[in-house]
Design a binder for this molecule. Structure first.
Ligand code: ZN
Length: 253
């Protein structure tokens, strides 16, 4: 009988360590695209204190952009700078067309249990890391339905790209950035929900050539988190942590 094929003896080398500068794809300074989740008729989650997820995400995205532009070491592009609806595929396209070196989608979470709190970071995977991650991805992917996007046109691409092994290298960089994000947010005393890094099939993370993460900044269904996310101080600390992680990742410093 034939022996089953042996496992390859050579294990692929680990991804490049994150403590070095990323080579910008567009030339010049590295470019990050910051995506404020939801917008327009898609309000996102509704906070226990009142207020919408779409306003939290825009406030944080703008503050991250302001901090990064002031420091001037990386270039910044926002997917939206006002209250408008953009389909998930449109957000990905903005990052790809700009030849971004990094894409970060900013959100705030919700849960039936009002005690659930803390931030969490997600990278793309066809298979979810846990049930919470799977339900979350399903919820975030609904933005297009709310916005009236024809999923018959947008959906097939997701599956195709997720099975593409070529995107493994991109995903390694996404995971490195997710770890950097945890470190930088912890420095700003932002609490995490259990394990910080999860993965699931988020449509907004599907660019095969742009390392992408989705950050849930906290739970709007938890009073403390909601108050933090709607306060100037909470928003500034969150934005400083995100900005620092982006700089560290893209410039190596
Ligand atoms: Zn969201």
């Amino acid at each position: 009988a034939e022996k089953p094929p042996e496992r390859p003896a050579v294990i692929p080398p680990p991804a490049e360590p994150a403590d070095r500068a990323i080579k910008s794809r567009s030339g010049g300074k590295p470019l990050v695209v910051i995506d404020a989740g939801h917008g327009g008729k898609d309000v996102g989650a509704i906070a226990v204190t009142g207020g919408y997820e779409k306003d939290i995400t825009l406030g944080i995205a703008r503050e991250v952009a302001r901090v990064l532009r002031e420091r001037g070491r990386v270039r910044v592009k926002l997917t939206r700078d006002d209250d408008r609806f953009i389909p998930l595929g449109g957000r990905v396209r903005i990052a790809r067309d700009a030849r971004a070196d990094l894409f970060i989608s900013i959100h705030a979470d919700s849960a039936p249990n009002d005690q659930a709190r803390g931030a969490s970071v997600y990278t793309l995977s066809a298979v979810a890391s846990d049930a919470i991650a799977e339900r979350l991805a399903a919820r975030e992917n609904k933005a297009d339905i709310i916005g009236g996007v024809n999923l018959g046109v947008e959906a097939p691409e997701v599956g195709e790209i997720m099975v593409d092994l070529a995107r493994r290298a991109t995903n390694n960089v996404s995971v490195q950035f997710a770890e950097m994000l945890q470190k930088s947010l912890e420095e700003q005393a932002v609490g995490f929900r259990g394990e910080f890094h999860h993965f699931a099939a988020f449509a907004v993370l599907k660019a095969p050539d742009v390392p992408s993460v989705l950050l849930e900044t906290g739970y709007v269904t938890n009073r403390q988190d909601a108050e933090r996310l709607f306060s100037d101080d909470g928003r500034r600390r969150m934005a400083r942590g995100i900005a620092r992680a982006i700089e560290r990742h893209l410039t190596g410093k």
